[in-house]
Design a binder for this molecule. Structure first.
Ligand SMILES: Cc1cc2nc3c(=O)[nH]c(=O)nc-3n(C[C@H](O)[C@H](O)[C@H](O)COP(=O)(O)OP(=O)(O)OC[C@H]3O[C@@H](n4cnc5c(N)ncnc54)[C@H](O)[C@@H]3O)c2cc1C
Length: 487
């Protein structure tokens, strides 16, 4: 047994022994299906008939014990393991850069317990978010992490990428839902974090594993905060004279604690389409910014919240546009991510979301818009943005670039793609922002992590990685951690 192919056969038998032969896939078609998330680059490779990065085995464990045994084999033989949730990430987090095992978590999809007294649900991490939501809705409950990808993403994937849903302004990001977790280290050790997140018994261990993109551990279970379905969900829309007035309105709504479920402020470019073309409202101000607001809860409380909101809008000279714009947004909020509206090849595109303090946000937005539009003007680049996910201290800008006719040559196209990202991320960092707000780092943005954390901060993270994963088998090549295990 001394050549690579024989060894690979041997591992194949061990894997089928663990999960059953119906749950190990090695055909070229299966490997192709697991060679891409929605990161633009692997899709370009496939589109241009280049060979994408493929795993050697796709393995679907059906229990935590099976995950443990797969990890034991991988750790012993130093085989890279890439966890796969739903494959809906946009950062190349699931790309099997060094081959090895693609650990598809979708069979770990059980709802273990719904605690209606404490309003929590405990699930296996591979569960699809929409299926979880439907099960909760039957009991009048909801898990309001309403991300646009809920139909195709898993709870584990959201935890791994620190995701955000459309109503995060009220309910928070995924890390605000996670109360405790079970994670499995490459060594096979299982850590169950403390049953509640608020304690004074040392650091919050579960936080260490949120956002680590499968590079520290496999998330196997999570206990999440859930809510009662709201009695009413109400929407409204407004128009401000300038983007700055809109940002100030949002800032006041947050600092006064009015408690809306969503605030979406569109930049002047997007406002023209949303208000002029879609709502048919006439206005001749090129600086105007459109805002949509929503509330969840008891109707009497919403009446009061709306009154307080209107006072802020009036103080800032905003115009009331009624309910239709808000309702339209809510009812079609996911349409633009799916055919026939979604961005797709041959276009080049990317979502560059970042977040910063209120004092920096207008400057950051203008710096990014100017940098992208000026530097790539000849390519006809478009830059569009809106501001959603509002906090007491700051707000996220969800900005995107689109080039409808990128270079035909794939290498040239990828060089251009990287140049745009270099400029985008470095402009965010230079203006008080971060690499990314809720899509993660993955392969796409790993090269910037040291710039965000600083040399010493990143060194500390690398040391932690070395402790939890000494053989470097977990998701090598991601988050800037470098190659790791190489068979
Ligand atoms: C149409 C569309 C809309 C989107 N809208 C949103 C949105 O509104 N909000 C948002 O936050 N994101 C959004 N995204 C991005 C994406 O859905 C999220 O990043 C999501 O977190 C990915 O989940 P997934 O289960 O598909 O993870 P995958 O893409 O399979 O994996 C993502 C990363 O997590 C790791 N991982 C997966 N499962 C585990 C596990 N159990 N343990 C350890 N690591 C694991 C993977 O190795 C990878 O690094 C959108 C994507 C699409 C395609």
């Amino acid at each position: 047994m001394n050549n690579r192919a024989d060894m690979w056969d041997l591992f194949h038998s061990e894997l089928t022994d663990i999960v059953g032969e119906n749950h190990v896939f090695t055909s070229e078609a299966d490997k192709l299906a697991y060679s891409s998330d929605v990161f633009w680059v692997p899709n370009l490779w496939i589109d241009r008939k280049k060979d994408p990065l493929k795993p050697d085995y796709i393995v679907q464990p059906g229990s935590v014990d099976e995950v443990k045994r797969v990890m034991a084999l991988a750790n012993r033989e130093k085989i890279p393991v890439t966890p796969w949730g739903g494959g809906s990430g946009s950062q190349g987090g699931i790309l099997p850069v060094y081959g090895g095992i693609m650990l598809d978590m979708k069979r770990l999809n059980r709802i273990i317990e719904i605690d209606e007294v404490s309003h929590t649900v405990t699930v296996e991490a591979g569960i699809n978010c929409t299926l979880l939501e439907l099960a909760l809705n039957e009991k009048g409950l909801t898990f309001p992490h309403y991300a646009a990808s809920s139909n195709c993403a898993s709870v584990g994937g959201f935890i791994a990428h620190r995701g955000s849903g459309t109503l995060s302004t009220k309910y928070g990001k995924i890390e605000d839902f996670v109360l405790s977790m079970e994670v499995l280290l490459p060594s096979g050790k299982i850590i169950k974090t403390l049953p509640v997140p608020k304690h004074a018994s040392g650091p919050g261990l579960h936080e260490l594993f949120i956002g680590c993109e499968g590079t520290f551990a496999i998330v196997t279970k999570a206990t999440l905060q859930i809510y009662d379905m709201p009695q009413e969900r109400r929407f409204a829309a407004y128009l401000f004279n300038t983007l700055e007035d809109g940002i100030e309105a949002g800032r006041r709504m947050m600092s006064q604690g009015i408690g809306m479920n969503a605030i979406r402020l569109y930049d002047p470019g997007s406002t023209k389409t949303k208000v002029g073309d879609v709502l048919g409202v006439k206005f001749d101000n090129d600086d105007a910014s459109y805002m949509v607001i929503g509330y969840d809860g008891f109707s009497e409380m919403i009446d009061v919240q709306e009154k307080l909101t209107n006072r802020i809008v009036d103080d800032l000279g905003g115009q009331h546009l009624g309910r239709e714009g808000g309702e339209r947004w809510w009812n079609s909020r996911y349409h633009f991510y799916y055919p026939p509206y979604e961005f797709r090849l041959p276009w080049m595109y990317g979502t560059m979301d970042t977040v910063c303090m209120y004092k920096d946000i207008a400057r950051l937005y203008r710096a990014k818009k100017d940098a992208i539009e000026l530097n790539f003007k000849d390519l006809g680049i478009r830059y569009i943005a809106h501001f959603s996910h509002w906090y007491k201290w700051g707000v996220m800008v969800y900005d995107r670039f689109i080039i409808e006719e990128p270079p035909e040559d794939p290498q040239e196209a990828i060089r251009l793609h990287n140049e745009i990202w270099n400029l985008s991320v470095r402009t965010s960092l230079a203006n008080g922002g971060v690499i990314n707000e809720h899509h993660g780092i993955g392969l796409k943005l790993g090269r910037f992590v040291v710039e965000e954390y600083g040399e010493d901060g990143f060194e500390f993270l690398k040391q932690l990685k070395g402790v939890v994963d000494p053989n470097g088998i977990l998701n090598p090549g991601k988050m800037g951690f470098g190659p790791g295990a190489l068979r």
